[in-house]
Design a protein around this ligand. Sequence first.
Ligand code: HAM
Length: 418
Amino acid sequence: MSIRTLRGMRDILPDEIPLWQEVEAKARELFSLYGYEEIRTPLLEELSLFSRSLGDTTNVVEKEMYSFQDKGEKMIALRPEGTASVVRAYIEGGQVVREPVVRYYYIGPMYRRERPQQGRFREFHQIGVEAFGIASPLLDAEVIHMLDLYLKSLGLLDLETEINSLGCPICRPKYHKAFHDFLLQNQAVLCEDCKRRMDKNPLRVLDCKEEDCRKLTEEAPSIQDHLCEVCEKDFDLVLETLGHLGSAYKVNPRIVRGLDYYIKTTFEMTSTQLGSQCAVAGGGRYDGLVRLMGGPNIPGFGFAIGQERLIELMKTGCTVQASKKSVFIAALGERAVREGIQLAEKLRKEGLRADIDYEGKSLKAQMRFADRSKAHYVVILGDDELKKKAVVIRDMTSQNQEEVALNKVIDYLKERKV
Ligand code: HAM
């Protein structure tokens, strides 16, 4: 039997690559205008980096990590997300001491051993940002607005921003207690997972996808009614600033996120076109995380976009990038092939995509190949043409062809649109 990709993993084939490149290029361009610099961290890290930062009772750490012992040494894991690694690098590289206010972005694969389904993979890709050293709620609004602009620049106009505040170490324990009391009274309705988790981490219950748990929590006390004065004021400022910047939002007290490091503002960008895995991006504030990981008390805020989900939406929606003008050189005979290779080099130097058949096959065979490979123009180069120092250029869309002097080929092709 032939070997296939692992469950939940997939190849990204050349057909799809222009979209991947487009979303990555747009992210680099826009995020750098806001002062974000790229950071790249290893795919493998010590397991404890994730268990400590994401939380022992989160689904990701409890069930979804690809972890193993490294040949009798440490327990290590494939990264399930980017924030923990970026925080580690921020502390380890000394940036936290040199200049704590810094903004990073990253693009790369993440690994979670989830049950695969539409929009959910075991290897998936994130485009994420992390901003350190800024406690102001104005930053929260600015980052969410930047993400909103980014998604709109890709033609995704109907996403919803769902936003919540999870409170701070002062007000959250009071909410935990009220919520936990409610769960205790209604324990019988909860699924096994939630029964087990409700003591250690009651907010996870709000994340549960089980119908009974969801229904029950609709009547539960809301975090929005338990925020302390500071959190309430800060959250109001985030919402007000989003309004001023022109980004729409909906307050949703259920946005508690699946990872433990969040406090205060949390948010998700969702789409109705993605089925049950509707979150294209998610993030929020994680002011205690740098300290928890061994650094000083530095605030942080960030988000990550699921690249597969983003691209799925772009495919069903709008922009498909026009590919570069492409030229196929049909060289007939050995001498023509040698001449053709030089011509191909000149075309590439001028920014045109050029391909050639090295074997000098029949014109019919080469024209068929040019058609299959979606060339926009074919340059026909044979012995006769060589003698005349000319070529024949065929426009593959209109099927018209013209004789053109060899030294005019580049100008001729550059002047024409695809
Ligand atoms: P997250 O919500 O776990 O947050 O993931 C962010 C996004 O990654 C999701 O909204 C989704 O689009 C995508 N995603 C997650 N799991 C999968 C999967 N199995 N298959 C496909 N796509 C998936 C984080 O990872 C945080 N680190 C975000 C953050 C950065 N918070 C602050 N800074």
